[in-house]
Design a protein around this ligand. Structure first.
Ligand SMILES: N[C@@H](CCC(=O)N[C@@H](CS)C(=O)NCC(=O)O)C(=O)O
Length: 200
């Protein structure tokens, strides 16, 4: 399997962490989302990464679909819980974590791609508020430490890592439970450690 990815993409990190945890080898191929000629545009008309390429399959995206596919390839029931209650809890957590990443990405893109005079501070503040509220909700109900990784906890770890990378670690100050949870997840999940982005 080949993954179109970038080194800093939190969504691609989800896939790399999941594949590593499941023992599924991935060939990595960088993609340039700013290029008009990158084959990424053919593989995913949305022009977004990650995209997973596997023989006999259409290109797969987005990251929740790819994680479900990897779980299937690994025999099922590994990172997608079989028990319906646990499965929907994991999917819900993944949706929240992906939402944090979407908002953090938008904040980052605003500073990276928009000239200063066309930026919208109120809009950026709204994105940051989404992240803040979601982290506070998760601090009130953090995932259990010591559990086997699921699509939800893999996504959450990648979201927290991305917030650290792009927005700094201020979020940690009043969220000791999430900080402790991430430390435990990091210690127990080599594939997450091995996919840390280069420093900003
Ligand atoms: N929902 C998608 C989000 C993917 C996404 O936003 N990827 C970013 C990189 S981290 C991207 O490709 N951005 C380029 C663009 O939106 O044009 C997923 O879960 O894979």
């Amino acid at each position: 399997m080949r993954l179109r990815y970038s080194l800093t993409s939190p969504f691609a990190r989800k896939v790399r962490t999941a594949a590593g945890h499941l023992g599924l080898p991935l060939e990595l191929e960088l993609a340039d989302t700013l290029s008009d000629t990158d084959t990424l545009l053919v593989q995913n008309p949305l022009g977004k990464l990650p995209v997973l390429l596997d023989e006999g399959q259409k290109p797969l995206f987005d990251s929740p679909v790819i994680l479900a596919y990897l779980d299937h390839k690994a025999g099922g029931g590994r990172i997608v819980p079989v028990d319906p209650e646990a499965k929907f809890a994991s999917m819900r957590l993944e949706a929240l974590a992906d939402g944090i990443m979407d908002a953090a990405l938008l904040v980052f893109y605003e500073s990276r791609f928009r000239p200063e005079e066309r930026r919208h501070p109120d809009w950026v503040a709204r994105q940051r508020a989404k992240i803040d509220r979601t982290l506070t909700a998760l601090e009130a109900e953090p995932p259990a430490s010591g559990a086997e990784p699921t699509t939800g906890t893999i996504a959450l770890a990648c979201a927290l890592g991305y917030v650290d990378l792009r927005l700094g670690d201020d979020w940690q100050a009043d969220r000791p439970k999430l900080v402790a949870w991430l430390a435990d997840f990091t210690a127990r999940t080599p594939a997450y450690r091995d996919t840390a982005p280069p420093p900003a």
